[in-house]
Design a binder for this molecule. Sequence first.
Ligand code: FAD
Length: 318
Amino acid sequence: MKVTEHITNANGKTLFSFEILPPLKGQNIQSIFDSIDPLMEFKPPFIDVTYHREEYEYKELPNGLLEKKVVKKRPGTVGICSAIQNRYQVDAIPHILCGGFTREDTENFLIDLDFLGIQNVVALRGDAVKSEIYFKPEKEGHHFAGELVTQIANLNKGIYLDDDLQNTSATNFCIGVAGYPEKHMEAPSLDSDIYFLKQKIKNGAEYIVTQMFFDNKKYFDFVAKCRKEGITVPIIPGLKPISTKKQLNQIPHRFKVDLPDDLIMAVVKAKDNDAVRQVGIEWCIAQSKELVAAGVPSLHYYSMGKSENIKAVAGAIF
Ligand code: FAD
């Protein structure tokens, strides 16, 4: 079922959903099931699976020269989605990127998803590869998520890249896109970011999932600005419970989001990471309660492969 249908069927009740990432290459799928199993009691109608593009590594050869190697450290997004749908009978949502994909690759990827009975995708640009500062599309690829949304929306109308194809079958994907309550790191302003977010919706996206935030006011202000600009689709808040002291620096650096001072000080004063985990859970429960009271469509948790803290939060809310 489509995410938008799940939201409609919930009749205003806030849903529980979460995002997982594929295991590192060499691990098996059991680690994924082990992280999902404890969360199934909260009846997620959909589970997102992130996509990880290739990275470049440089290996020093015996002659001192460097060899460039292309590696994909977390493959398996499509296989995991299919396994989730089979095992749990819930909708699995693969993330799909512009980065690393030509238009042809994208089309073929979408055909695989369609054949597997996957009905939702989250369309993203992706970040620059680690060895580069700015995002660079493939030669025949998309520059921005909005273009990727258009390609998926075209396929939903039976429009393939090759116009010679006749009697084509239309896909039926519900398309989600990313939104940033504290603006995307490259956007010159929040207003310009929302301008391009609106274009993604115009091109065919049907719902938005936000970047994580730790101050609900940022989300409420963002939603108000989006509504003012005429964006009417559901805006699903993304939440993450902090679980280590290191994340105080890692999260702002990696995701360009602010942490409120009260949360920072509680983490700083925590005596060890067990205590930090408890602070993170309590903060996330308080955020979740306020968001449910505001009638958000779903609470979407970034699990990063660790389910105990999400289980503790969900147990207090659902
Ligand atoms: P876009 O919407 O293309 O925006 C990128 C930047 O370009 C923004 O600053 C925007 O304002 C600007 N912009 C957009 N359109 C235009 C235009 N037409 N002209 C000029 N400027 C424009 N990354 C992964 O690698 N894998 C994942 O699975 C993944 N999942 C994510 C899930 C969520 C919910 C979120 C919030 C992020 C996720 N990311 C993931 C990270 C995401 O790929 C990065 O944040 C990336 O840098 C931007 O992706 P986007 O789809 O928001 O890009």
